[in-house]
Design a protein around this ligand. Structure first.
Ligand SMILES: *[C@@H]1O[C@H](CO)[C@@H](O)[C@H](O)[C@H]1NC(C)=O
Ligand SMILES: *[C@@H]1O[C@H](CO)[C@@H](O)[C@H](O)[C@H]1NC(C)=O
Ligand SMILES: *[C@@H]1O[C@H](CO)[C@@H](O)[C@H](O)[C@H]1NC(C)=O
Length: 452
């Protein structure tokens, strides 16, 4: 050991002159002004948090202070081919290109708020919690038209909670908001997914730049986190299709019952995500509403005698296409998922009273391939490589958010006669008959309720 060190020292002495010169050159290089990050046309723009890291220390009152350390978390690589002044860039901001992100949750459930706050931080999002409403505290006199005393408190509270947000949007003129329920989880690639979703919504609305919203201006409701949708079959219409998307769960993992008819060849593909005008939808784990949409929903679900469980209510609005075929748009499969923590299963819902005594062994996030909640530990270590939740069903087992890019989609036009019958004949028949569709939806909802 000793001999080795001496030998190294001798080598250093002999090369001393060269080393000294080298140090001088190195010091001279250090005096160069640090170049600012070059703006690569069309490529991903670093977030302001990341730019801060690259800035030189600030000297104020003679004291040098460095910028805050880099934010942790995942910021997916996104290549934009849209013009440099296109507001599609706003989707990478902390509210996904909406004016606000609201999460509806009971103030009581600090556990859920803790976890959601962490997920939002690690994906560069700013969320605002809105207190959920305890249905048993809503005055019966305030019930919308068709509801009577026997309406379940859970349904009332949930309806009221979402209505409070629409009311806030109309009062405060909030032009667009994404609304999430508190069991939501999302993919580490959310900003890339939403950028691609926006390409789809723009295409379907035939948006012409400039628009106010990066998602186009013709929509009232954008459904990103449902638990199933139908499409309108046998009618000519446009779709947006992204094939081979690794964030899409494969058909055998799709446990929801409401499924669109994707038999036209252009819509097929186990890993395709399709943006479409939904003909009925269920669940509101996450969705966006425009100011105009919020006003229309209040009218429909609080003034007119149309109130239903709020998700069915919105589904019915979409189905009527009263405000235009593309006033409701949805991604299928859904972009966001639902997190189910390990432990006592009664914690999973504040809307329903679940049977006690059931315990979930392992946490899971339904309908997501790279859930933030399942990667919190590694994201907190500063890791950008995230693992697929179900490697057996994954197109890629892990991805590095810094380098992995989601595929680009394309618009397709499907003729009404392209919907073929690989859907069981029974279902096909039902799908074409509106009255039956209604009946089926009601029975299945009742069955689901009974199960719960
Ligand atoms: C994000 O972009 C949207 C759309 O342009 C905008 O309304 C919103 O204010 C932006 N959010 C933030 C935090 O800058
Ligand atoms: C908190 O939630 C529990 C059960 O979910 C309920 O019994 C209790 O009344 C709630 N407390 C408040 C202050 O809302
Ligand atoms: C809702 O309010 C009722 C009546 O005050 C109370 O008994 C119940 O625990 C509350 N539920 C929640 C979830 O806060």
């Amino acid at each position: 050991m000793m001999g080795h060190a001496i030998m190294r020292q001798n080598t250093f002495m002999r090369g001393g002159g060269a080393a000294f010169l080298f140090v001088l050159i190195f010091l001279w290089i250090l005096t160069f002004k640090r170049p600012s990050i070059p703006a690569v046309p069309g490529s991903w723009q670093p977030s302001s948090a990341q730019l801060e890291v690259a800035q030189s220390p600030v000297v104020q009152d003679g004291i040098k202070r460095a910028s805050p350390p880099s934010n942790l978390g995942s910021y997916p690589k996104i290549t934009l081919t849209e013009p440099a002044d296109d507001n599609i860039r706003d989707i990478q901001n902390s509210t996904l290109g909406f004016q606000k992100i609201f999460i509806l949750s009971m103030p009581n459930r600090s556990d859920k708020r803790d976890a959601l706050t962490l997920s939002a931080y690690l994906t560069g999002l700013d969320v605002e919690f809105i207190d959920g409403v305890n249905g048993s505290l809503v005055s019966e006199k305030a019930y919308p038209q068709p509801w009577k005393q026997d309406e379940p408190a859970g349904t009332i509270g949930c309806w009221r909670g979402h209505m409070e947000i629409y009311q806030k949007m109309v009062r405060e003129k909030i032009s667009t908001a994404m609304i999430m329920e508190d069991d939501v989880d999302w993919d580490v690639m959310i900003k890339a997914q939403m950028t691609e979703f926006a390409r789809g919504t723009r295409y379907l609305q035939k948006s012409v730049s400039p628009t106010h919203s990066p998602y186009g201006d013709g929509w009232d409701i954008l459904s990103t986190g449902h638990c199933g949708i139908w499409n309108k079959v046998r009618e000519d219409q446009d779709y947006w299709v992204s094939e081979n998307d690794p964030t899409v769960v494969v058909p055998i993992q799709r446990e929801w019952w409401r499924k669109p008819n994707l038999t036209p060849p252009a819509l097929a593909g186990d890993r395709s995500r399709v943006v479409m005008s939904p003909y009925q939808l269920s669940c509101l784990a996450s969705y966006a509403v425009s100011l105009r949409g919020a006003a229309r929903i209040i009218y429909d679900q609080a003034i007119l005698p149309n109130a239903q469980g709020i998700d069915s209510g919105l589904g019915a609005i979409c189905k009527r296409h009263e405000y235009g075929f593309n006033s409701c748009l949805a991604a299928y499969p859904m972009i966001t998922g639902v997190h189910r923590p390990a432990g006592d299963m009664t914690r999973e819902s504040d809307r329903k009273t679940l049977r006690t005594g059931r315990v979930r062994e392992k946490a899971q996030s339904d309908n997501l391939m790279f859930p933030v909640r399942m990667n919190l530990g590694s994201l907190l270590l500063g890791d950008t490589v995230v693992k697929a939740q179900w490697p057996d069903h994954a197109m890629v087992q892990e991805l590095d958010t810094r380098t992995y890019e989601l595929p680009r989609g394309r618009g397709v036009f499907v003729r009404g006669d392209e919907y073929i019958k690989d859907v069981p004949e029974e279902e096909q028949k039902v799908l074409t008959d509106t009255a039956q569709v209604e009946k089926k939806a009601v029975t299945e909802t009742e069955e689901k309720k009974a199960e719960e």
